[in-house]
Design a protein. Structure first.
Length: 697
């Protein structure tokens, strides 16, 4: 183990290396390379095999190889592009070297008869197999010319940082690592045995310099044990930091909220339906958490329409009955409005005072709302993230419900916790997501949460039939709408976001509504978009619910909220612009009644390969979990979690898709390492540059 006197590799700046001045340091910084340890974990993206000379006759297109042969001819070819072509041959066959950029001196130095040692990639060119711009040098014909002893690493680089330079820097870092007796090993021996892991230092050494005979295919697929060793430790670091976060959370006290009061009974009695089995089970899990004097941190996953809101209301009621306030936070104004509507319908009859707070609430109304929140008159407060600004002071916040958590990150979760501090108690947190989170992610990004799943839809739903139609066939689609409405059904026509611009999206919806009104004069058509006043929106929605409208043209605002069982047809324009999760949400607006519903994805040609694949998934399944998994596979966890920008869950080496199978082991390992504080610290510090951030809040 490193002595405390010697600075560890993560504390030594790259500027200490030979040849690293201010300019070079900046370039390295661009690649995230600040310390020697960063360099050691800057692994090659691939390797070249320069360890042996390949007979020319064995070259195949795509091979990268060292060859050696006699120069037969060397001439300038004038074709579409002027080039220098040199023919080379050895005992096994011939090949051409091709240079599109060359100097006169270069040409003059290449004399037929000489022997050349070359390195390059073989391709099929105009004269058979050719090497474009190979590296080459003249060698003595029969003198012994050594080849490289190890595979040659190719590193991720950046403008102005050549391979030889970065290779040299990694060499220096490796040499210092060896001088220090290797990297500190934080994984206990027992784990090495249990999971058959090599030691970290050998893994790092190996990956920078794989010996002759290494399985390059395995390396290129990142399945080599040395790569897996590093990925394992990195995943473990994330896991440990989340576990630690959770422990810290549990050092705080929360109000124990006794379950099963009379308001709860009344609420259930007045609901127009019975809870599904899944809702009941999840509610019980939540209720039991809430009754403990430890802060709950629970994620409820449930597909669109599975009825999460009722569970949220039950949680809020438990807080209210115990004399505490509850807050409900949504990511958008519209979703917050919808919750406000639901909660007031359910809770006002029980005599519960609700309040409402978003960024749009201004002036006197805002001041008054803030006052009611602060003195405790407001029992339930519904709003957007505006709820968690400093000026908002709760009287005694007992529970927080956060909807659509995947749009918030770990840090927001921590900020929420702070809101209960006034009373010295931390509020319970219930986090709801309609986008099912694939298992690999619940085991990593969400490892600090307990999880409940509402895996059952309320009775009477019929699966939505989804079709893909190119927008050239718009006229047919319009006819379809006409036919459906003639039969007394209602339909949605959704216009999607154009380049992230709400204004443009609304304009597009206005134009579409106009066109459809002309094409379908016999239908009653309404329009709703995000830039309308809340009251205007509500009026249109009400009209649609009340069957005063046949067709509702909308922007993606209807993603959430509306619930009209008689609507059985949805047209989505340019679905290729949306994420799968969002499409799934939108589609969840139909299929709420007992008649068969249809969703038309009216895409714009040409679709990319990925675009086509994604829409196919929508056609093939109504299962939110499968859709989420596919989304993860196609777009990667950063996109799916929406955290690419925030830098959360960025791995240097691990890849959740590729290394997801390690997570079971990582979880088990975390339980053991957690008991060894020094090792735990060491691992977290090594891998999480922002480790302090996770820990300090
Ligand atoms: P989501 O999980 O997508 O948020 P909601 O909570 O909005 O789902 O519920 C969708 C619809 O299903 C709402 O109209 C709600 O009133 C209704 N609902 C919820 N639970 C049940 C149930 N157990 N039986 C019948 N309808 C239900
Ligand atoms: Mg919902």
């Amino acid at each position: 183990m490193a002595s405390t006197q010697v600075r560890t590799l993560d504390q030594i700046s790259v500027s200490r290396l030979k040849g690293v001045g201010a300019a070079m340091q900046q370039k390295l910084e661009k690649l995230g390379l600040e310390s020697l340890q960063d360099l050691l974990f800057h692994l090659p993206i691939r390797y070249q095999d320069r360890t042996r000379v390949v007979p020319i006759g064995q070259l195949r297109p795509g091979d990268e190889a060292v060859i050696q042969g006699q120069l037969i001819s060397c001439d300038v070819q004038l074709g579409r592009r002027r080039s220098l072509r040199c023919k080379l041959r050895d005992a096994s066959g011939g090949v051409a070297l091709r240079f599109f950029h060359f100097s006169a001196a270069q040409k003059n130095n290449l004399k037929p008869g000489m022997t050349l040692r070359c390195f390059g990639e073989a391709r099929v060119g105009s004269s058979g197999l050719e090497l474009y711009h190979p590296e080459y040098r003249a060698v003595e014909d029969d003198a012994f010319e050594p080849t490289e002893q190890q595979l040659t690493p190719i590193y991720p680089a950046t403008e102005g940082l050549t391979q030889p330079r970065i290779r040299g820097l990694c060499e220096q870092a490796l040499a210092i690592m060896e001088q220090q007796g290797g990297l500190p090993e934080w994984l206990p021996e027992s784990l090495h045995q249990q999971f058959d892991l090599s030691d970290l230092t050998s893994a790092v050494r190996y990956l920078h310099h794989p010996p002759v005979g290494t399985d390059l295919l395995q390396l290129s697929e990142s399945r080599h044990p040395a790569q897996r060793r590093l990925a394992f430790e990195e995943l473990l670091a994330h896991q440990l930091s989340l576990v630690r976060l959770r422990r810290q959370q549990q050092q705080h006290a929360a109000p124990g909220l006794p379950p099963g009061g009379t308001l709860t009974q009344q609420f259930l009695a007045q609901l127009p339906f019975q809870l599904t089995g899944a809702q009941h089970r999840v509610w019980q899990e939540v209720a039991s958490d809430l009754s403990q004097p430890l802060p709950m941190l629970r994620l409820v996953q449930g597909d669109v329409g599975s009825g999460k809101t009722v569970v949220a209301a039950l949680a809020a009621l438990q807080a209210i009955e115990a004399g505490y306030q509850a807050a409900v936070m949504a990511p958008t104004e519209i979703l917050a409005e919808q919750h406000m509507l639901n909660f007031s319908n359910w809770l006002e009859p029980l005599g519960i005072q609700l309040d409402w707070l978003t960024g749009r609430l201004k002036g006197k109304k805002r001041t008054e709302a803030l006052a009611r929140i602060a003195d405790g008159t407001a029992r339930v407060v519904v709003g957007t993230h505006a709820l968690f600004q400093d000026e908002v002071q709760f009287h005694n916040l007992g529970a927080v419900v956060v909807d659509e958590q995947h749009r918030f990150g770990v840090h927001q979760r921590l900020a929420l916790r702070e809101k209960g501090r006034a009373s010295g108690l931390v509020p319970h947190q219930l986090i709801m997501t309609a986008t099912p989170i694939p298992r690999t992610l619940t085991m990593s990004a969400y490892a600090d949460l307990d999880c409940s799943v509402i895996d059952e839809l309320p009775p009477g739903r019929t699966p939505v039939n989804t079709v893909l139609i190119a927008d050239e066939r718009r006229a047919e689609v319009v006819e379809r709408v006409r036919a459906a409405c003639r039969e007394g059904r209602q339909a949605y026509w959704v216009c999607t976001l154009i380049e992230e611009s709400e204004v443009l999206e609304c304009q597009a919806a206005e134009v579409t509504a106009q066109e459809l009104t002309e094409a379908l004069p016999e239908l009653r058509i309404g329009l709703v978009h995000g830039r309308m006043k809340a009251t205007e929106k509500a009026a249109v929605m009400d009209a649609f619910k009340g069957r005063e409208l046949d067709l509702l043209v909308a922007t993606t605002v209807i993603e959430v909220g509306v619930d009209v069982p008689n609507a059985s047809l949805m047209i989505i324009e340019n679905p290729e612009r949306l994420g799968l999760a969002q499409l799934h949400q939108l589609r969840g607006r139909v299929g709420r009644g007992s008649v068969a519903s249809h969703c038309v994805l009216m895409y714009h040609k040409p679709l990319s390969q990925q675009g086509r694949e994604r829409l196919q998934v929508m056609r093939e399944t109504n299962d939110g979990f499968r859709i989420a998994e596919k989304d993860l596979e196609l777009r990667g966890p950063g996109e799916v979690l929406g955290t690419r920008q925030t830098g959360m869950m960025q791995f240097r080496i691990a890849d959740l898709d590729r290394d997801g199978d390690l997570l079971e082991g990582v979880k088990a390992a975390a339980a053991q390492v957690e008991l060894l504080p020094q090792n735990c610290d060491g691992i977290i510090r090594r891998w999480l540059a922002q480790g302090e951030q996770y820990g300090s809040v």
